[in-house]
Design a protein around this ligand. Sequence first.
Ligand SMILES: [Zn+2]
Length: 283
Amino acid sequence: MPELPEVETVRSGLDPVLTGHVIVRADIRRPDLRWPLPMGMAERLTGKTVVALRRRSKYILADLSSGETLIIHLGMSGRMLISGTQIGQFHHDHPAPEKHDHVVLDTDHGARVTFNDARRFGAMDLCPTDAVETHWLLDRIGPEPLGNAFNEDYLVAALHGRNTPIKAALLDQRIVAGLGNIYVCETLHRARISPRRKAGRIAADRVRTLVPVIRKVLSEAIEAGGSSLRDYRQADGELGYFQHTFRAYGREGAPCPTADCTGTITRIVQSGRSTFFCPTCQR
Ligand SMILES: [Zn+2]
């Protein structure tokens, strides 16, 4: 499932293709994804200029010249494919539509953006741009981890008195936006905090260390995604998925990479999901 860095990579890949361009044709190939697509979607997109392409949590927001915003969520398996334009050193001709190509947008410069989603957990909706923050998909999401509202004082207050494990607290989208299983595991490993520790029982000075670690983990992943936009992995015109090396995630049985630690990365299951951590240096 794409997490914040993957979504940011998709957004930055779509940005030069869509921003400032007119959608000349919108082919809506089925009535629903996870939820019904908005009424009159093709008409509401056609002839409109994309004036900005933003990200909020794991949502891509395309602000349109009509005063509406197209909200896009990739879900579990959603993919964005670009054709008819240059990505990095590759030029992609328009492929024939495939079975799971659900939304196809053509721009005035001949580019095509295809949303493909085999499992259909993705979502799209249209709403007034000035009402995006109160849209039901976005209204309970906490601060952006790379934004100013997410800071040390905020996180100490947000975790105060919480009886849930820190792993679950950082996955809670109301506390911080866009963090998923992979980057929470990586964050806790670097911060040397046990994923099992109760959030409200971690000393404030240790909680404070989480903020720069979260920012660094995400920034490095976004940087890796940006590199992937420029290299061979985008040869198929698909955006957003890239190889990234992790210290803990997916490394069960491997030696802990923390300097001077002789521990082994261990996998446990928390709330039905795998947690990878080092029981020796994460306390
Ligand atoms: Zn360790």
